[in-house]
Design a protein around this ligand. Structure first.
Ligand code: NAI
Ligand code: MG
Length: 499
């Protein structure tokens, strides 16, 4: 069968020949996406021109090509959108029965499922995330959120007994660029289910799936003004926050902007929820199934290029497991495929923007300067676009910036611990408190740890798991308020007289 010569020198064991595993390119076609050259603002059920005529481009971070030109909403447009939302609320939506509201939400959910490939491709084009993630995570979860909250719309009095739950009114909702459509779903589904109307502002680098969602909202025949989608950057967001007609502000993004929003709304009596940054500890004990933990750690930090508020960016390893875990992590890092987000084999896509790439680069440099050891596998990056090689740091101390600050990129800081108490101490030594992971074989240890970790979500022997029925949110500088589950309805309801 083979032409291999029989070895004559039996003293030298033959090296196993591992063929370099070449993947053929497996690009997802972009033909399903119909981009307009220019998008208006979605106000009162139709696309309208911005008052000032301002526009800005949105690019593909993988190619730096301009995908479309988008409108920039100024204060006048924000006002127009808030008025549209107000009149839709007062004249229609508020008094519609829960069962009727549910029908619209179910319709949106089903259309998202029907058009999911189109949405997934567009999400990867505009934001740079791998198609396998937008296809298998973002889209199914976005639809699931609408399905889930549709189910609550006619059951609010059972969710909140002994009170008459009433909507808050107009919600101003500002979302980030890391999960553009999914964050829109997290914001819109509970707000609409509870009888509120919305003015939604997507992030400036990733407006396109929100604008496609505007088309879905038309297709689902939602009453005009129930959902308004206005594009723009920080100034547009700030104008929405400052508008007195927005009864409630929901924000997901950086802690800095969250603090600014909290100051702007303080004392106004308007509702606020903030979902901000994180610096989660992923904690691996020596009794954990190490191979599974390796996968969980990799997924925890390299999923979505690490642009994840609940990313497991600090790995805390039990000392006896350190050498084995580190070897396996390094080996696994070398197998991650970095590149074209639209290739179905890609694990790590493009960094969302040049600004984010610079921020990651700056923090990584600080890690090297402060004395941590950097490891990057050999990795070829495309010539154009924004890319960062998956990176590990060992020798990290708790005072290093890479152990304290949110990098929001594919960079893992590794530290060790000797006892469970020390693990808890180190994990909680952060201004954030969004999520944590614990890897161990012992159920009792999981519960012991979960009781002590100051984090909104604690995953056990898994990481980055989401379900619309499960509340998500933070402690401390990670923000306040919960999204998901029954908890996620509360910020959108007046529950006066609640016992
Ligand atoms: P950002 O907080 O500026 O952007 C989030 C959203 O807020 C965008 O829609 C933006 O247009 C809007 N915005 C900006 N300034 C505003 C203001 N003054 N008033 C109202 N809305 C405003 O986040 P950025 O600058 O894009 O990212 C910086 C860092 O923030 C990242 O490196 C990461 O560490 C963190 N971040 C955390 C996110 C999370 O999910 N928790 C999401 C995005 C960023
Ligand atoms: Mg873009």
């Amino acid at each position: 069968m083979t032409d291999v010569e029989p070895t004559t020198d039996l003293s030298v064991p033959a090296e196993p020949v591992m063929p370099a595993w070449e993947y053929a390119p497996a690009p997802e076609s972009t033909e399903i996406v119909r981009l307009r050259e220019r998008y208006g603002l979605f106000i009162g059920g139709e696309f309208v021109e911005p008052a000032t005529g301002g526009t800005f481009p949105t690019i593909s971070p993988a190619t730096e090509e301009v995908l479309a030109v988008v409108s920039e909403a100024g204060p006048e447009d924000v006002d127009r959108a808030v008025r549209a939302a107000r009149s839709a609320h007062d004249q229609h939506w508020r008094d519609l029965s829960g069962a009727e509201r549910a029908k619209y939400l179910y319709r949106i959910a089903r259309i998202l499922q029907e058009r999911s490939r189109e949405f997934a491709v567009l999400e990867s084009m505009d934001g740079g995330k791998p198609i396998k993630e937008s296809r298998d995570v973002d889209l199914p979860l976005a639809a699931a959120h609408f399905f889930y909250y549709a189910g609550w719309a006619d059951k609010l009095e059972y969710a909140f007994p002994h009170v008459e739950p009433r909507p808050v009114g107009v919600a101003g909702q500002i979302i980030p660029w890391n999960f553009p459509l999914l964050m829109a779903a997290w914001k819109l589904a509970p707000a609409l289910a509870a009888g509120n109307t919305s003015v939604l502002k997507p992030a400036e680098t990733t407006p396109l799936t929100a604008l496609l969602l505007a088309e879905v909202i038309q297709q689902a025949d939602l009453p005009p003004g129930v959902v308004n989608i206005i594009t723009g950057a920080g100034a547009t967001g700030a104008a929405l926050v400052e508008h007195p007609g927005a009864d409630k502000i929901a924000f997901t993004g950086s802690t800095d902007v969250g603090k600014r929003i909290q100051r702007a709304t303080a004392g106004t009596g308007r509702r606020l929820t903030l979902e901000l940054g994180g610096k989660a500890a992923n904690i691996v004990f020596d009794d954990a199934p190490i191979d599974q933990a390796v996968e969980g750690v990799i997924n925890g930090i390299f999923f979505n290029q690490g642009h994840v508020c609940c990313a497991g960016s600090r790995l805390l390893v039990h000392e006896p497991a350190y050498d084995e875990l580190l070897d396996k992590l390094k080996a696994r890092l070398g197998t991650l495929r970095v590149g074209d987000p639209l290739d179905k084999n890609t694990d790590v896509g493009a960094i969302n923007s040049r600004a984010q790439l610079e921020k990651i680069g700056e923090l990584v440099e600080s890690g090297v300067e402060e004395g941590a050891q950097m490891y990057q596998p050999p990795c070829e990056l495309p010539d154009r676009g924004f890319w960062f090689v998956p990176t590990l740091f060992t020798g990290v101390s708790q005072s290093h910036r890479i152990a304290r600050e949110e990098i929001f990129g594919p960079v893992l800081s590794i530290m060790t611990f000797r006892t469970p108490e020390e693990a808890v101490e180190k994990a909680n030594n952060t201004p954030y408190g969004l999520s944590a992971g614990v890897w161990t074989e012992k159920g009792s240890r999981i519960l012991w740890m979960a009781e002590r970790l100051r984090a909104g979500v604690v995953w056990a022997n898994t990481f980055n798991r989401f379900d619309p029925a499960s509340p998500f949110g933070g402690y401390k500088e990670s923000g306040f308020g919960r999204e998901g589950g029954v908890h996620g309805l509360e910020p959108y309801l007046r529950l006066e007289g609640r016992p």
